[in-house]
Design a protein around this ligand. Structure first.
Ligand SMILES: O=P(O)(O)OC[C@H]1O[C@H](OP(=O)(O)OP(=O)(O)O)[C@H](O)[C@@H]1O
Ligand SMILES: Nc1ncnc2[nH]cnc12
Length: 237
């Protein structure tokens, strides 16, 4: 980690502690974190920053569990298993908290580009790209106007409908490392198309991440496609 990444991690740990503090006293926060209440008070009030190791523990361990629960509280699953995740993907501040937890908790290599599929993955991809200080790109179901060269990926879905995603060719260079993300993974068809795009671009996969896995098929499908780490913050059935 370089100096800027360390500083970002320390600040994110404070964000996580502030989120946890909203529903706890300092004594309860001390119990949750195993850290002294006096130190926690100084972190939450911004007088002192936690050291890098402490920050990492807060973000990786506590953060992942707490944000997983927060995410679950924000999503609704209807009778047919479809997920309404608007309360997560419309909340950029929440996704800004998720980003360091994902970046530090899933063993992804630091990417050059965070790639998603329009529409609902965009806010998550933007939060991650901002955290890493890298570019964000999204493939669309229609060709963007005025762009001349595209990478295309096409697949016939289980429904029989053909789906094509287009990414401007200039968005990913050969040899770059690409983290493929989306708000939700169910069949894994969308992620597979994104992985096809990375392959066509001659780029490398840093990992595959979804906020929510609806069942395990999609995650398994992505694992079958890449050696890179694959994960989701929460799974719904
Ligand atoms: O794993 P899969 O079965 O491919 O499903 C996941 C995809 O479905 C949703 O997108 P949708 O196609 O509804 O487009 P949207 O983001 O524009 O809503 C979601 O945002 C994922 O991209
Ligand atoms: N919102 C959603 N919930 C579950 N599966 C999906 N597949 C595509 N969109 C979905």
């Amino acid at each position: 980690m370089n100096r800027a990444e360390k500083a970002a991690l320390q600040l994110r740990a404070v964000d996580v502690l502030r989120m946890l503090k909203e529903t706890r006293t300092y004594d309860e926060l001390a119990e949750t974190t195993g850290l002294p209440a006096g130190d926690l008070n100084r972190y939450v009030n911004g007088h002192v920053l936690p050291g890098t190791e402490r920050a990492r523990e807060v973000v990786e361990d506590l953060g992942r569990e707490a944000l997983g629960r927060e995410l679950e509280a924000r999503i609704r699953v209807d009778d047919e298993g479809y997920v309404d995740n608007s309360a997560a993907v419309f909340d950029q501040a929440f996704l800004d908290l998720v980003a360091p937890v994902v970046a530090n908790g899933f063993e992804f290599d630091r990417p050059d580009v965070v790639l998603t599929a329009a529409t609902d993955g965009i806010t998550l991809a933007a939060a991650l790209a901002s955290y890493y200080g890298t570019r964000c790109a999204y493939a669309k179901k229609r060709k963007e106007t005025a762009v001349e060269e595209f990478i295309e990926a096409r697949e016939r879905l289980q429904s029989g409908i053909e789906l094509t995603y287009y990414l401007p060719e200039s968005a990913v260079d050969p040899g770059e490392s690409v983290l493929v993300v989306d708000d939700l993974i169910r069949s894994g068809e969308t992620q597979e198309l994104l992985l096809d795009i990375v392959e066509t671009a001659d780029a490398d996969v840093a990992g595959v991440f979804a906020l929510i896995a609806a069942g395990e098929d999609g995650i398994q499908r992505a694992r079958d496609r890449t050696e890179a780490p694959v994960g989701a913050l929460t799974t719904v059935y």
